[in-house]
Every structure is written in structure tokens, then in C-alpha cells.
Design a binder for this molecule. Structure first.
Ligand code: FAD
Length: 473
């Protein structure tokens, strides 16, 4: 097939950005025999104490593992993971309920350190002598017609230009190559960036004196308060990374008006009492750590002819509420790898085929992630929502092969794309919520009856959707 060896000549691939996506891509392309040069703006995170940038830990799930398996490093990655079996919901009084993610026990998500995972991917990539990673080299711009990149050395400030057969930019949500597409005005490049009115700030729960965990380890903790929320994910050292999602401007408490230690503590005392007790370091964290915005980036095309391609967050940044940004970026590599196996004759058709297949799915997860923002803040506390979740958990448990909730379809079902998961998942949600509201679903009926009702109603909604779409075109 095209790709691995174009006749005798090994193709030179230049990758911009050695974050999660870029380092996995370099590893995979290295395994396939390409000459890969990776350029990363920051110092080598294995040698220098630097903040991992963005979130300290992340939720890794099945789509991410599928990519790790492709690269042959699933076991090494598993060793870095802390299983989170469900959401631990904390109410205002500090009462908790553990709501499992799935009715199937083997389905859970994992907390992993961004720094450790990135370091592992870099180590594995560098084992291939055809992969070279250059640190402290910042991409300034890309000439996508000449297939060259201009870089600046972070330390010496020297500028230099590199060329390659193809350039793949995995330089994250603020991609320099995407900026070059935009500023170049050489082709019709569509681009949208939508900011949430909420930002986020990372805080921490430190380990207990004896080095253990101060609260339940194997869960993703959520303090949902309708218009804002707090979450916490466990780390290997007994600590939790806590993230506050809060409006910049609206509400009694917001990022703009939380300007004194007293006010921050008052806010936590009122809304996150039990968390506050575990966070004597709150005020210090709050004023040391930055507040950052959250946005969705969609753009197209991702590629310019057969020269350049955007991948990972550079192509599709999403808000973090489905825990899927990294998983989607890893799945990009799996999908790209499939296209390389498909027998295309040139890079342009590889890039085209990849984008055609992939974009519908990354658009879908972007939208699902926004939905989940609202779900996590509020609906998890709502009665009908809980009835729905309980029913779905029982269906998954009793009929593991016949039923998967939207969350399971997105998170644990790596065999269907995000778009299909979204369409089916939304139809199921609508079906169940409608029937619960209209009392057409009796939770005391036997489960088989309820499964059939849900399935029938879901198919009707999916059919209506199809009909509506056909009318449109
Ligand atoms: P990045 O990880 O951003 O890597 C980009 C790399 O490029 C970096 O190393 C950067 O230094 C480098 N770079 C940037 N510009 C240049 C340049 N000009 N020249 C050279 N190098 C450059 N995803 C999940 O799956 N689960 C989660 O639980 C989760 N939680 C999240 C929580 C928060 C608060 C946020 C913000 C995101 C979260 N994500 C999560 C999303 C996840 O962080 C991203 O989707 C993922 O990091 C994308 O990987 P990437 O390699 O495309 O980009």
C-alpha cells in the first residue's frame, strides 16, 4: 500500500507539536517506517520540571486504549491508570452517591497523568531510529504551498526553515499551522471558534498525612451546582486534581469577582462544604493557578492538497465535559492509520479520505461535549434524569449485548463512530425522557418490556430524523 514505502524512497514526515497526539502519531509513523521529524516548542518534559500545560490529569477511555493497542503499548499505559468506576455525586450537604458509568462492570474510565502519558509516548517514539524529536523549536508559520515550516529556537532565538514531503500539525488548539491556513488566504478555509462563558481553574486535594487518598479514590467526583461545578480526578500520589468550572461574569460568584481569599472560602463554604474541608490549600491554589477559557474549534478543510494536514486539537478542539478530547485525538491516529492501509496512490487522496471519514465524528463529539456540560452541572441532580440513568444501568446490566446508554456508546463502544453514537444516544435519551414524563414507561414493569418500549420509541425517533434529513436535501 501507499505510504510505508513509496518505491525505494522513505517519505519524510514533519510533525509540529509533541503533545499527546503528535507523540503518538510519531510513534505510529515510526513503526510504519517513515522518516519522522517532530518539532516541539517546549523543553523536553522528561528532563525539565514544567507544568504539563492544561489539565494535569485526564480521563482515558476505550477509544484512547484502541490507539494504545495499535501502537502496542496498552499494558504500559494501563500501568499508569487509576480506574474510575463512576461519578461520585456530592450534594450541598456533602452527601454522596456513586453513580456507575455503566451497568457492565468491565466498563469504566481511567485517570491518567498528562505528563506521564506524554513521556511514555515520547520514549516509545524515540525507540525508533527513524524518529527524531527536537525540543524548544517553535513553529512560526507554515508555507503550505512549498511544504516548509519556519521555526524559532526558543533559547537562541535563531530562525530556520525545514522542509518535508508532508507536514502534519498536531500543535494543539491554538495551532500555528491553522493560523497560516487562515492568514494565507490561498484557499477557502472555514473556521469557527466558540467560547463558553465559563472558564476553568485547577485546584488540588493533597494526599492525606499517611499518603492515602482523602476521599474515595476510584471515582470522578462531581459537585454539580446548576450554573457551575467542581470536579476531581485522582492521581497516583494520593492527591486529586480539582477543577472549578465557573462563569467569568455571571452569578453571585464568578471568576471576575472572586478577588479575595475570604470570598473564595465563603463561596466554597456555601457550595462545596465537604470539598473545602479537604482543601486547606484552597486559597493559595486559587490565586496561584491561572484561569483559562474553554472553547470549541471547528474548521475545514484540514488539509492543503497533499502537502499539509491538521490533526488532534489543531483540527478540532472541544470542551472537556465528555472527557474525549485526547481520546478523539488518539482515535485520529487510528483512523489515519486505516487510511494508510487502504491503497491510496498519493498523499492528497490519503488526506481527503481521512478527512471525509473523520470530520463528521469530530464534529459530533464537539456537540456532545457541549451537551454534557449542561448534563454534569445540573441534570445529574434531576429526578427524571436519575430515573432514566437507573433504568439504563439496569438495562445494561440485564441485557449487556442489547442496550448501551449514550454515555456508553460514546465512551465504551470503540466500534462505532462518535456520530453514530450521538444520533442513537440522543434518540434514546429523547425516547426515555418523553416516556418517563408522559408516564408511558412504568419502572415497575419487567425490564424486558421496558427494553422493547425503549427500542421501539428510539427507532421511531431515528426514522423521523432520517425523514427530516431527506426532506432537507
Ligand atoms: P496538545 O496536547 O495541546 O499538544 C500540542 C503540543 O504542541 C504541545 O506540546 C505544545 O507545546 C505544542 N505546540 C503548540 N504550539 C506549537 C508551535 N507553534 N510550535 C511547536 N509546538 C507547538 N481529553 C480527554 O480525553 N479526557 C479528559 O479528561 C480531558 N480533560 C481535559 C481537561 C481540560 C481542562 C482541558 C483543557 C482539556 C481536556 N482534555 C481531555 C482534552 C485534551 O487535553 C486534548 O484534547 C489533547 O491534549 C489534545 O492533544 P493534542 O496533542 O492535539 O494537543
Amino acid at each position: 500500500s501507499f505510504g510505508d514505502d513509496l518505491g525505494e524512497v522513505k517519505q519524510n514526515v514533519l510533525v509540529i507539536g509533541a503533545g499527546l497526539c503528535g507523540s503518538l502519531l510519531a510513534l505510529r509513523l515510526g513503526q510504519r517506517g517513515y522518516n519522522v521529524s517532530v518539532y516541539e516548542m517546549r523543553p523536553d518534559l522528561r528532563k525539565v520540571e514544567i507544568s504539563a500545560g492544561r489539565s494535569i490529569n485526564l480521563a482515558l477511555s476505550d477509544r484512547g486504549f484502541k490507539a494504545m493497542r495499535l501502537a502496542g503499548i496498552e499494558d504500559k499505559v494501563k500501568a499508569l491508570c487509576i480506574p474510575m468506576n463512576g461519578r461520585m455525586l456530592h450534594d450541598m450537604e456533602g452527601n454522596t452517591i456513586l453513580a456507575p458509568y455503566s451497568g457492565r462492570e468491565h466498563e469504566y474510565i481511567n485517570s491518567i497523568s498528562r505528563g506521564q502519558l506524554n513521556a511514555l509516548l515520547l520514549d516509545e517514539a524515540e525507540k525508533h531510529e527513524n524518529v527524531k524529536i527536537h525540543f524548544n523549536k517553535k513553529c512560526k508559520s507554515v508555507d503550505f504551498e512549498k511544504t516548509t515550516v519556519s521555526f524559532e529556537d526558543y533559547k537562541t532565538k535563531d530562525e530556520f526553515i525545514e522542509d518535508a514531503d508532508i507536514i502534519i500539525a498536531t500543535d494543539g488548539a491554538g495551532s500555528a499551522m491553522r493560523q497560516s491556513y487562515f492568514l494565507g488566504k490561498k484557499f477557502l478555509f472555514s473556521f469557527s471558534q466558540d467560547w463558553l462563558t465559563h472558564g476553568y481553574k485547577e485546584l488540588s486535594i493533597l494526599p492525606a498525612e499517611n499518603g492515602g487518598y482523602k476521599t474515595y479514590k476510584n471515582a470522578l467526583h462531581i459537585w454539580g451546582r446548576d450554573s457551575f461545578m467542581l470536579i476531581a480526578l485522582p492521581n497516583m500520589d494520593g492527591s486529586f486534581t480539582v477543577t472549578l468550572f465557573l462563569s467569568y461574569e455571571e452569578g453571585e460568584y464568578n471568576f471576575n469577582n472572586l478577588t479575595s481569599q475570604e470570598k473564595v472560602v465563603e463561596f466554597f463554604q456555601k457550595y462545596f462544604k465537604d470539598a473545602l474541608q479537604l482543601m486547606p490549600n484552597l486559597a493559595e491554589d486559587f490565586f496561584t493557578n491561572p484561569t483559562a477559557p474553554l472553547g470549541t474549534v471547528k474548521c475545514s478543510p484540514w488539509h492543503y492538497k497533499g502537502n499539509t494536514l491538521l490533526m488532534g486539537d489543531a483540527a478540532h478542539a472541544i470542551v472537556p465535559f465528555y472527557g474525549q478530547g485526547m481520546n478523539a485525538s488518539f482515535e485520529d491516529v487510528v483512523e489515519f492509520d486505516k487510511v494508510l492501509d487502504a491503497g491510496h496512490q498519493d498523499w492528497e487522496s490519503v488526506f481527503k479520505a481521512y478527512e471525509k471519514n473523520r470530520k463528521k465524528d469530530t464534529d459530533a463529539i464537539a456537540d456532545l461535549a457541549i451537551d454534557n456540560f449542561h448534563e454534569m452541572k445540573g441534570h445529574v441532580n434531576n429526578v427524571i434524569f436519575r430515573e432514566k440513568r437507573n433504568l439504563e444501568m439496569s438495562l445494561e446490566k440485564q441485557f449487556p449485548k442489547d442496550y448501551s446508554s449514550k454515555y456508553s456508546l460514546v465512551t465504551f463502544n470503540e466500534d462505532i463512530g462518535y456520530r453514530e453514537a450521538m444520533l442513537r444516544g440522543r434518540a434514546q435519551d429523547k425516547a426515555i425522557l418523553n416516556m418517563l414524563t408522559d408516564k408511558e414507561l412504568d419502572l415497575n414493569d419487567d425490564l424486558k418490556t421496558n427494553l422493547e418500549k425503549v427500542k421501539t420509541a428510539t427507532e421511531e425517533i431515528l426514522d423521523d430524523d432520517r425523514v427530516a434529513k431527506n426532506f432537507k436535501h
